[in-house]
Design a protein around this ligand. Structure first.
Ligand code: GLA
Length: 727
């Protein structure tokens, strides 16, 4: 609910309130974000003093207490006396770097705003409301529209900024944050999800220290290294207690999330496109729209925040039939089974073994096109390699369909190999600077997706493939970071726009697939989870979580990923042992329990599986189907942290009505004479009595406060599942 009174803007959600006001100078002051309160003007909380070296706007006259450097700002400016992080930096035609924004007007609209060409949460008039605040600089006439989308039910507030040059001279945008958020106190912890290829989104928590702390990516992708989802919370906050804030950027390119702890112990947070390599020329009349930032505040700890994110993403970001209407396919992918070494007969043998186990789909991974037999060439030539697949997909797909299975395909449409027909014909289609040797990544180059002619050509080639057979799924991969970022199609003074224009081009392509192939499920991927962000989830409701399929490492990866992203978004497969990435041997049951907490599948040569293994897999698949709704649409509870407890990791999926739960627990490496485990559960109804695996029954309050006894599991990496049903 949005309440507006005397230029005080109060945004209420179910459990939180967010407030700012335009003061007597037209400065937009941030007054409050936290647990739900009333409509009082909370600028009474802002105290003023004559602080040394805190300058005063000219219109404040001799009032030395009024300084932009000490007042909490809603969208911080630059060059006019606020020395903390600016939300916006612009270079004006006269060379000055000044943006002084003052309130002009506001507007409200039913429903959630949309952003042209960018992913955004969506919602109709009964689900969300929009507030637009217009600010402007009266000297340059640079105008900033701040967008707020309020989803009351999910405690979700979305934000974006649209910057318009209403002046008569061009302006260069050097920084344009999606959101800025001032906190009255810096007594906060900063939580980020950091990592690397095959070990993404590791949980990291530190108290704020003086100065700016930031994470981000300058790779042109959201990256394996840092995720565009971060949190701030009270020092004492945990899963069940304390004030916490989660901020996500719906963006798949270079980004920055930064927090600054200031000398008077307030804190400023800002998130948006990375200012590195960013310079956007705004000619008179032109506008620039930032990606969307989304915020969830939870006054009662991390679990409640996570549930808001998961529910909001599932219901207001995912789209298409695989949002709810159809179940995600239980698939087998041939990558870890065969790498590039496969042919039609091999694929059919895997499908033949998979079908009786209850697997829905065969996904043919990398290596089916052009002359690609390894990762040195072929990308860009999207025609079937008939040496491997005689008769093409027209011959292969019906054979898979005849086994009762669907068919899916791997593509990497943003790339080109030097050794490809496409590159030989169009060397200028790759991002690279003429007369400079290009930097290679996995021996490949990135196509210039800023160019519509390039996108059109790739789209036409892929459409032909997709229309040649009954293809229900694609895995959209992206296997290197950007470098040599320069577009042959843009003038020198617009080269600072290439990184962002690239992402706009990517989104335009993904939207075309979404519109033209509405039944196609697209799974995102970038060497596993190198582009796992809320922006991609608008187009691809599941993303391959990591190239690391080791069940024990996945416990850490899933834990970190789960803070923002729903279980159903995490592509997650059972692979062979010893595991390819870690050489660890884990029981098949454990690999199944870990992988089925996601968009489940297999990634191994099923034609080699023993009868005993097949029997286990058949049970796993039946369990996954039985628990599908609970896993995909229930609430996810972290019960332990693999970063604090390496003896065992546990988590639970609980139905919305709290009458059913699935608890999973995985042990670490075995040790002698281990202490017993009593596992305290979360999310149950204290007053209900639950039967556990059809045997003993316990009161919810007992399971929550006293705990559930876990039988002793001997041997490395053993696991169990408890199915709880209310009586
Ligand atoms: C990436 C993906 C893998 C696989 C390979 C194929 O690394 O993450 O799953 O598809 O590419 O080259």
């Amino acid at each position: 609910m949005i309440h507006i009174e005397n230029n005080v803007f109060t945004l209420h959600t179910r459990r939180t309130t967010y407030q700012f006001k335009a003061d007597e100078h037209g400065v937009l002051l941030h007054t409050y974000y936290g647990a739900r309160v009333g409509n009082d003007d909370l600028s009474c909380l802002i105290q003023l003093a004559d602080r040394g070296f805190a300058p005063n706007p000219y219109d404040a006259g001799t009032n030395r207490w009024y300084s932009l450097n000490t007042l909490p700002q809603e969208y911080s400016t630059c060059g006019v006396g606020d020395y903390r992080m600016p939300a916006i930096i612009a270079e004006n035609a006269d060379g000055s770097h000044i943006v002084d924004l003052r309130f002009e007007r506001f507007e409200t609209r039913p429903g959630k705003y949309a952003l042209d060409g960018l992913p955004a949460f969506y919602g109709g008039s009964s689900e969300a409301e929009t507030l637009i605040i217009t600010l402007h600089d009266s000297t340059t006439r640079l105008t900033v529209e701040l967008y707020y989308g309020v989803f009351e039910e999910f405690d979700l507030i979305c934000r974006a900024a649209r910057i318009i040059n209403r002046g008569s001279a061009p302006v260069r945008l050097l920084r344009a944050s999606s959101a800025c958020l001032d906190f009255p106190s810096d007594a906060l912890d900063w939580i980020t999800f950091d990592g690397r290829h095959i070990m993404e989104r590791e949980f990291s928590r530190t108290p704020l220290r003086p100065g700016v702390q930031n994470i981000g990516s300058v790779r042109g992708t959201s990256s394996h290294q840092h995720n565009p989802f971060v949190m701030l919370c009270e020092h004492s906050a945990d899963e069940d207690h304390g004030l916490c804030f989660g901020m996500a950027l719906l963006y798949s390119g270079s980004f920055e999330a930064a927090v600054e702890s200031n000398p008077f112990h307030d804190a400023r947070f800002a998130i948006g496109i990375s200012p590195h390599h960013f310079c956007w020329l705004l000619a008179p009349g032109e506008a620039f729209t930032t990606p969307e930032a989304a915020m969830v505040c939870s006054p009662t700890g991390f679990a409640a925040m996570t549930h808001c994110w998961h529910r909001a993403i599932r219901t207001h970001l995912f789209r298409g039939p695989y949002q709810f209407e159809r179940r995600r396919p239980l698939l087998v992918n041939n990558w870890e089974a065969t790498m590039f070494d496969f042919d039609a007969e091999k694929l059919v043998s895997i499908a033949r073994a998979a079908a009786p186990l209850g697997i829905d789909m065969l996904v043919m991974d990398d290596g089916w096109f052009g002359t690609r037999c390894d990762d040195l060439g072929g990308l860009g030539d999207w025609t079937v390699n008939e040496n491997k697949l005689p008769g093409g997909l027209e011959a292969l797909v019906p054979r898979i369909r005849a086994l009762g299975m669907d068919f899916g395909l791997w593509i990497e449409p943003e790339m080109v190999s030097e050794d490809s027909e496409l590159y030989r014909q169009h060397p200028d289609w790759a991002l690279r600077v003429p007369n400079r040797p290009p930097t290679l990544g996995r021996s490949q180059l990135v196509l210039d997706y800023t160019r519509k002619d390039v996108r059109d050509a790739i789209y036409a080639a892929l459409c032909k493939v997709l229309r040649s057979a009954d293809i229900r799924y694609i895995k959209w991969d992206f296997n290197r970071s950007l470098s040599d970022v320069w577009s042959a199609a843009l003038p020198a003074d617009r080269q600072g726009e290439v990184y962002h224009r690239y992402i706009l081009g990517l989104y335009e392509m993904l939207e075309r697939f979404h519109q033209d192939f509405p039944d196609l499920l697209i799974e995102g991927c970038s060497g596993g989870g190198g582009r796992f962000d809320a922006g991609m989830l608008y187009y691809t409701p599941q993303i391959w979580c990591s190239d690391n399929t080791d069940a024990i490492d996945r416990l850490r990866i899933h834990y970190g990923t789960s803070f923002c992203y729903p279980v159903s978004s995490m592509g997650s497969h059972v692979s062979a042992v010893p595991n390819e990435q870690t050489h660890r041997i884990t029981p098949l049951e454990t690999r199944g329990i870990v992988a089925m907490s996601g968009a489940f599948g297999y990634e191994l040569d099923l034609s080699q599986a023993t009868d005993a293994e097949k029997a286990i897999m058949t049970r796993q698949n039946a369990d996954y189907r039985k628990y599908y709704d609970l896993i995909h649409n229930g609430d996810y509870y972290r019960l332990t942290s693999p970063f604090e407890n390496d003896r065992y990791t546990a988590w639970a999926h609980v139905s919305a009505d709290k009458r059913e739960a699935l608890v999973s627990l995985v042990m670490g490496a075995s040790r002698a004479a281990l202490p017993f485990i009593t596992l305290r559960l979360r999310g149950l109804d204290e007053s209900l009595r639950y039967r556990v695996n059809g045997q003993q029954s316990y009161l919810g309050s007992t399971l929550i406060h006293a705990g559930c006894p876990i039988p002793m599991l001997m041997g490395d990496y053993r696991s169990l599942q408890l199915h709880l049903v209310a009586e």
